[in-house]
Design a protein around this ligand. Structure first.
Ligand SMILES: Cc1ncc(COP(=O)(O)O)c(C=O)c1O
Length: 425
């Protein structure tokens, strides 16, 4: 059996080697800092801590409690909110917990349609359906790649949902919560913002500020534009104490038992790092995404929303139908060591053969790339997608470009042993 274990270690080593030589551009991924990564292999990983600090069902949590209290304080500081829960073990779990807290079987919820970029966990056949909520989608303006505000007002007044949900996986522009605020207040619903993708940008003050625009609660993954561990978070300015209590019990005992203490410790460090570096990092992420959009556009690749500067976030949506579609395009990119995913565009109906490719700038930015490097990346993508140059040939140039970008930035690096140990080579 040892050889089986060796096999697995070998594959992970190969993966590391491959990613060290690749351009990672999946919009939902990121690199955790070396110091935060060290927490993931700590003894916290091996322990249980059900409940809340000071009110546990297990012993041995003296230091776990201190970490959880501090991580929660850091989250409240970073997001300028009254309530934070660092226990959800992923964005999906945070979402299910919120659904449990705010809705019950038969209640109505409004949200963006899957085909317009919403996430499966907020779709009828995801967690919304599991919770037994009746789902209504917002009318969507595909030219603007955003909710149609006037039509959405009508939907909200007609449906009178218990929960109005905003947020998407192809999240190019801020959700129009501020524009819908009066209507949302008239309806009196709970306003929930799924910020999984844009959490880091929100924290950096560069995208939108949902809690100040009318949202009561935000859920998020902590590993996309927020460059932390694979984990989740709930942050809120609850309407009242009852909502706060329900949010807390929605996560535990609602949808978690143990809450992955190693990841929570890593999250604490990532929160501290984002307080220090988040504004600069988010600013550069958005600049890079816009520069990449422009550079791709100049090279004959259709990038959605040219009239709006392509994006206001980390993400870009490419329409590559005329170049063979998203499945072929993303495969050719992978063959050339550029990692991205095929993506449905609003007109698509077949998830396995979509017209689009989604790109994110957050990980390349984390490695120190700036606007000028985006032209080099765009040129490589064009050679693959448009010119159909042999992938082996382009791959050599990808590897060459990546050589100068192996150090994780925007974090507490220097002077810590973890930095050397986990430095990408
Ligand atoms: C909008 C949105 N919500 C929730 C999730 C789920 O997050 P996680 O993968 O952390 O469960 C995603 C994942 O990509 C997402 O895009």
């Amino acid at each position: 059996m040892r050889s089986e274990a060796n096999y697995i270690v070998e594959q992970v080593d190969k993966h590391h080697d491959w990613f060290g030589k690749s351009l990672p551009m999946i919009a939902s991924e990121n690199l955790i800092s070396p110091l935060a990564r060290e927490m993931l292999v700590s003894d916290f990983h091996d322990r249980y801590a059900e409940g809340l600090p000071g009110d546990r069902y297990y012993h041995g949590n003296i230091y776990v409690d201190k970490v959880e209290i501090r991580a929660t304080e850091l989250a409240k500081k970073l997001f300028k909110c009254e309530y934070a829960d660092t226990r959800p073990i992923s964005g999906t779990v945070a979402n299910i917990g919120i659904l449990k807290a705010l809705g019950k079987h038969g209640d109505s919820i409004t949200h963006t349609a899957l085909s317009d970029g919403a996430h499966i966990s907020t779709a009828k056949f995801g967690a919304v359906g599991i919770r037994g909520l009746v789902s209504h989608t917002y009318p969507f303006d595909t030219h603007e790649m955003n909710i149609n505000v006037d039509a959405a007002k009508r939907t909200l007044l007609e449906v009178k949902p218990k929960i109005a949900l905003f947020g998407r996986s192809v999240f190019l522009f801020p959700a129009p919560i501020a524009e819908l605020r009066d209507t949302l207040e008239e309806v009196g619903c709970a306003v929930w913002y799924d910020g999984a993708h844009v959490l880091g940008l929100i924290a950096g003050g560069k995208f939108q500020d949902p809690l100040r625009e009318g949202a009561h609660v935000i859920s998020g993954s902590t590993h996309k534009t927020f460059p932390g561990p694979q984990h989740g978070i709930v942050i809120a300015n609850p309407k009242d104490d009852k909502m706060a209590r329900r949010l807390s019990s929605g996560i535990f005992p609602g949808v978690t038992s143990n809450h992955h203490l190693h990841a929570m410790a890593a999250l604490g460090i990532s929160l501290a790092e984002h307080i220090e570096f988040g504004a600069d990092y988010s600013d550069q992420i958005i600049r890079n995404a816009q520069a990449l959009g422009q550079a791709l556009h100049e090279r004959g690749i259709k990038v959605l929303c040219e009239h709006k500067g392509f994006t206001a976030s980390h993400a870009l949506a490419l329409d590559v139908e005329e170049h063979g579609g998203g499945a072929l395009g993303s495969q050719l990119l992978e063959d050339s060591n550029i990692i991205a995913n095929m993506n449905m565009l609003p007109r698509d109906t077949k998830p396995r053969s979509p017209s689009g490719i989604r790109l994110g700038s957050q990980e390349l930015t984390r490695l120190g790339m700036k606007e000028s490097h985006m032209s080099e990346v765009a040129e490589l993508i064009k050679r693959i997608i448009v010119d159909k140059e042999p992938t082996e040939k382009v791959k050599l140039d990808v590897i060459n470009l990546k050589k100068d970008f192996s150090t994780i930035q925007y974090c507490f690096n220097e002077g810590h042993p973890a930095y050397e140990r986990f430095k990408l080579v």
